[in-house]
Structures are given as C-alpha cells and as structure tokens.
Design a protein around this ligand. Sequence first.
Ligand SMILES: Nc1ncnc2c1ncn2[C@@H]1O[C@H](COP(=O)(O)OP(=O)(O)OP(=O)(O)O)[C@@H](O)[C@H]1O
Length: 296
Amino acid sequence: MVSINGLSKTYKEHKAVNSISFDIEKGRCIALLGPNGAGKTTTLQMLAGLLTPTSGSIEFAGYEKKDYRPLIGFLPQHPSFFNWMTPREFLQFAGELSDVPKKQLNARIEETLAFVSLQDVKNKKIGGFSGGMKQRLGLAQALLHEPELLILDEPVSALDPTGRRDVLELIDQLKSKMTILFSTHILHDAEQVCEEILMLKDGELKWNGTLEALKVEFDSLAIKLQTQEPIGTFLEQLDYVEDVKYNDLTTATIALSDLSKTNELLQEIIRQNTTLVHYEMLQDSLEDAYMKVMER
Ligand SMILES: Nc1ncnc2c1ncn2[C@@H]1O[C@H](COP(=O)(O)OP(=O)(O)OP(=O)(O)O)[C@@H](O)[C@H]1O
C-alpha cells in the first residue's frame, strides 16, 4: 500500500532518520519499536505529512495526487485539545479540517464517539477529562475521516493500565478495517496487537519483518534440568544438544540445535534411569529478541 524509500531527516548535523526503506502492506498492523531518540516520532511525522523529509520518498500505490494526507489518520504523541470545547465540538472542528462531507459529518461523529465510548460525555468540557478519555478522543479525531492508514505515536505510553487496555482493545478492533502503524516502547503491547515489527536505532532500521520471523530468527530454546542423582555426561553425546552448562552436579541448562527434540530429550533422561526433579523450557521473549537486534 505504501512504499518508503531512502527516507531521511537531518537536523543541522544530526541524522535523526538515516535512509530507511520499507513497505507497508494493506491490512497489516505494524509496531515501530526503538529506544528514546531512535527516530520513531520523526519517521511517523514524515509519514503523516507533518514534517518534510530531507530526502527519500513516500508513495501510496495507485494514488496519483502528491498530497496523500486525506488517506492518513494521525494521533500525535501529545495530542492537544481546546479545553473549553466538548468532544462533539472538537470532532466537528476536526471533521471540517479533514474534509468529511457535511452531510455525513454528524453521523460519523456519533458513530466514532460510540466506538471510543465517549457518547455519554459528548457535551461535557474536554478540560475535565482524564488522560485515557483524552487519548480516546484523540483516536476518534484520527478515525473520523475513515483513513486508509492510521498512524499512532505512542498511543498508550502515558496511560494507566486500564486506559492502556482500553486503547489497545480499540486498536485491535480497528485492525480489520484499516492498516495501522504505531510506535511504542512497550514490547508486550506490540506483541499483543501486531503481526509485523519495525525496529529503529540511531535513525537506522534494524529489523523489518513479521513478529513470527523475528521469533524464529532470534529464538533459542534452552531446557533447564534438575535431577536427583548426578546427571553424568550423556547429554553431551546427543547430536541435537548444542551446549550444556552445569550449575552443579544435578542442575544443567541445555541449548538445543533442533527445537523439535524436546520430547526426545525427555525420553533419553528417563532411559538413563535418572529421577527428574525439574524440567523447564526457557524460550526467548520479544524482549530478548529486541535486545539482540539492538546489540547486533
Ligand atoms: N526539531 C528537532 N530539532 C533537532 N533535533 C531533533 C528535533 N526533533 C528530534 N530531534 C532529534 O532527533 C532524534 C530522534 O528524535 P525522535 O523524537 O524522532 O525520537 P523517538 O524515537 O521518537 O524518541 P522518544 O521515544 O523519546 O519519543 C533525537 O536525537 C532528537 O533529539
């Protein structure tokens, strides 16, 4: 749906984003991960058409016009509102700015307010809203014109656990309707709702692929084992065992070269007539994969 090629942003001498290229496939939900200062906000602002790239291109397939902003819904990291407005008034204003046809606007506002569960407070002043309510209103603003690509900059980072869950659930529901790209520090959130991951560090793209592929590439399965009697040396002789580290005579952590051999290993231990006290599979989390990508 979108093709990003050699996108860069330089502030004086500092390369905030350094020639990144990736494609966004229609219908995908993509998480943009990276440490503070990695260039996430700069990238999303360039995609949203708020920041002019120093170089590179952003192209929407089959879209001839240069200004593609009508196709985009954007929720900034720190959305700001007029506190004296009500959600209805704010969405009326936002709808006019994003050219929602007048005839459809009222219905769209009601529909969107219902979606973000703000219907009951639609005539209350935004100034009295909690952070979670404001974030849901910000999301409503981004959705109002039914964009093809929804870009969310850290949509849940500033929220409490309930607010986070609410916004993540909304994102999850939106996945079937539009393509979503959102940045986050929280790996667990990315894992919960996304199937694709982009990782930025120092303005460079360090990973671009599916969550599945990330797990496969960085997954290492280890088995933690404790026996009643000393383990002995039989483990090293198994061809699917890559490495064995002994904590003491009865405890070992075993790295397997073949992830499908866990049952075989278990059977081998029983065949050795060893009494098993503890058998645990230690699998890499997304956090482990993230650390490995960042370090390589
Ligand atoms: N307007 C600006 N002028 C100069 N430098 C900037 C400007 N905006 C961003 N930068 C720098 O560009 C780099 C990337 O910033 P950016 O805000 O995109 O990172 P980020 O990944 O979104 O970080 P965070 O997670 O902290 O929000 C940082 O080193 C930042 O200091």
